[in-house]
Design a protein around this ligand. Structure first.
Ligand code: COD
Ligand code: ATP
Length: 235
């Protein structure tokens, strides 16, 4: 199985690229969606976060007020680290199960869309790593427009992550999303061909089909050795 890492900065265009992967039939594990699930009312993540941040972060219906929690953690690094520490085990196990389900289904290539791939040190499990890069001014404008937030709030969110230029240096593949959507689609076509190239032997061995081949080979090997051994004893 090939596990492709898809990352970038906030509002650099990861979801736009992951939607292109999905529409090309390549399954995507979305860490933001998992992070939302583990913060739903009554879950273990919700309980830990409410214990640590207090009931002031809740809406009337008991769900976490995400905008309020965002205001707190994106302007205070210590509180952000606390939130990351509390949720990390739930997000990691959620991602593991999603990958496992895709492995059982026999998927050969999957994409992990993880904004904090490097920050959470998940980059060691993915190859190749795709970084969706965008120039700083475009990133700021797109973030302010999409989330309807002020320039200060947008800058706080951008600064809460490792700089995008650093992430670019760690990438196997860089998608420059500073231009139009047409330009993005054009780059995506090449990237899609690259990531769907035939699997290496190691990747094949890690896929469900590869694991079955190894298992069948071991069983056949054991039976062959046993019959040779029994034949020799009878002689
Ligand atoms: C603080 C929260 C409640 C704000 O929710 P909100 O709906 O406003 O934002 P959303 O979850 O859609 O995230 C938008 C983007 O913010 C960035 N971001 C989210 N959490 C973090 C974080 N802890 N540190 C840096 N950037 C982050 C990511 O680029 C993400 O794509 C939420 O982001 C959260 O629970 N974050 C902690 C969980 C986490 O680490 N998520 C990232 C998954 S790897
Ligand atoms: N090439 C583009 N031209 C114009 N707008 C774009 C382009 N690519 C993405 N956008 C817009 O920019 C915004 C950010 O894109 P997107 O939501 O895909 O980013 P993201 O990296 O997934 O963000 P996050 O880290 O918050 O999950 C969205 O409103 C999206 O529609």
């Amino acid at each position: 199985m090939r596990i492709v890492g898809l990352t970038g900065g906030i509002a650099s265009g990861k979801s736009t690229v992951s939607n292109l992967f999905k529409s090309n039939g390549i399954p995507v594990v979305d860490a933001d969606l998992i992070a939302r699930d583990v913060l739903k009312k009554g879950t273990g993540g919700w309980r830990r976060v409410v214990d640590a941040f207090g009931r002031d972060i809740l809406q009337d219906d008991g769900e976490v007020d995400r905008a309020k929690l965002g205001q707190i953690v994106f302007s205070d690094p210590a509180k952000r680290q606390l939130l990351n520490r509390l949720l990390a085990p739930f997000i990691s196990s959620g991602m593991f199960w999603e990958v496992f389900k895709l492995w059982i289904k026999g998927s050969k290539v999957i994409v992990l869309d993880v904004p904090l791939l490097f920050e959470a040190k998940l980059d060691r499990w993915t190859k190749p790593i795709i970084v969706v890069w965008v120039d700083p001014e475009t990133q700021l404008q797109r973030l302010m427009a999409r989330d309807e937030i002020s320039e200060e709030q947008a800058k706080n969110r951008i600064n809460a992550q490792i700089p995008l230029d650093w992430k670019k240096t760690k990438a196997d593949i860089v998608i420059d999303n500073s231009g139009s959507l047409e330009a993005l689609h054009e780059q995506f076509r090449k990237v899609s061909n690259q990531v769907t190239e035939s699997l290496t032997w190691v990747e094949f061995g890690l896929s469900r089909g590869g694991a079955l081949c190894v298992l069948v080979s071991v069983i056949v090997g054991v039976f062959t050795c046993r019959s040779i051994y029994n034949n020799n004893r009878m002689k």
